[in-house]
Write a protein that binds this ligand. Structure first.
Ligand code: SF4
Ligand code: FES
Length: 255
């Protein structure tokens, strides 16, 4: 199997693509393939990972032009044409390389985030927007003696948004995140919506109105790439749409 990998030197600003021929086997993930390259062919190749089990979110990268977790993407399946995802194109995605999908796997850094080295991107902006939505539970009442009970319907609605592993795949697939510097982006907005609908928080619309602006709920153009690429099934676009409808009902003008 051939891996065509983006290389970038943050100090000189120079970039290129390197091709590596490796022996693959059933069950090999793209992350394992990158380790093979690093171990056997080029130990200067840089990429991020931690858990190798699709829970830490650190191995998000662009694989065959789709943001994915490298540790849960089977390399050989890609050569068979499996796992294709149709995305709405945007400049950050289009400027990437061509490749032969029958013989090669193309691995590049996530679009829309500054590059640091090879496949490693700068996550500072992603986490700046994440922190901006105040992603911590703010209980409406004192801590009860036992648990805070929620009904099943509320739990299943909340669960759609709680599984985010902060991999930034959605941001790397979002045409607006690539175009508008201040747009909070799908991950932060999904997180904000998750806390807004949490029945254990005060029902005062403060969460909803926190992103009542063009850089928040109203910046989204419903391209839906975020939902298509999320490895955890989080649907940011759904939460954004629902938040907008709620704000319209409140009659609050965007800031
Ligand atoms: S919403 Fe999905 S794609 Fe976006 S950061 Fe969370 S897990 Fe990754
Ligand atoms: S290494 Fe943790 S999600 Fe891939």
């Amino acid at each position: 199997m051939k891996l065509k990998v983006f290389r970038y030197d943050g100090e000189s600003g120079e970039s290129r693509y390197d091709s590596f021929e490796i022996e693959s086997g059933p069950g090999m993930t793209v992350l394992s393939a990158l380790f093979k390259v690093q171990d056997e062919l080029d130990d200067s190749l840089a990429f991020r990972y931690s858990c190798r089990g699709a829970v830490c979110g650190s191995c998000g990268m662009l694989i065959n032009k789709v943001p994915r977790l490298a540790c849960r993407t089977q390399a050989e399946s890609l050569l068979k044409g499996e796992g294709q995802v149709k995305l709405r194109p945007f400049p950050g995605m289009e400027e990437t390389a061509d490749w032969d999908p029958e013989t090669e796997v193309l691995v590049e850094p996530l679009p829309n985030l500054a590059k640091i080295k090879d496949l490693i991107v700068d996550m500072d902006k992603f986490f700046e927007f994440y922190r901006a939505v105040e992603p911590t539970f703010k209980p409406a009442s004192e801590t009860p003696e036992k648990e805070r009970l929620m009904d099943h319907e509320a739990v299943s609605e909340l669960e759609k948004y709680t599984n985010c592993v902060l991999c930034a795949s959605c941001v790397g697939s979002c045409p607006i995140s690539g175009r508008e510097e201040e747009f909070l982006g799908p991950a932060a907005l999904a997180k904000l919506y998750r806390f807004h609908i949490d029945p254990r928080e005060a029902d005062d619309d403060s969460r909803l109105l926190l992103a009542n602006s063009k850089s928040g709920w109203w910046g989204c153009e419903f391209n839906a790439n975020c939902k298509a690429v999320c490895p955890k099934g989080v649907p940011p676009i759904l939460g954004i749409g629902k938040a907008r409808r709620e704000i319209q009902k409140l009659g609050k003008e965007p800031k």
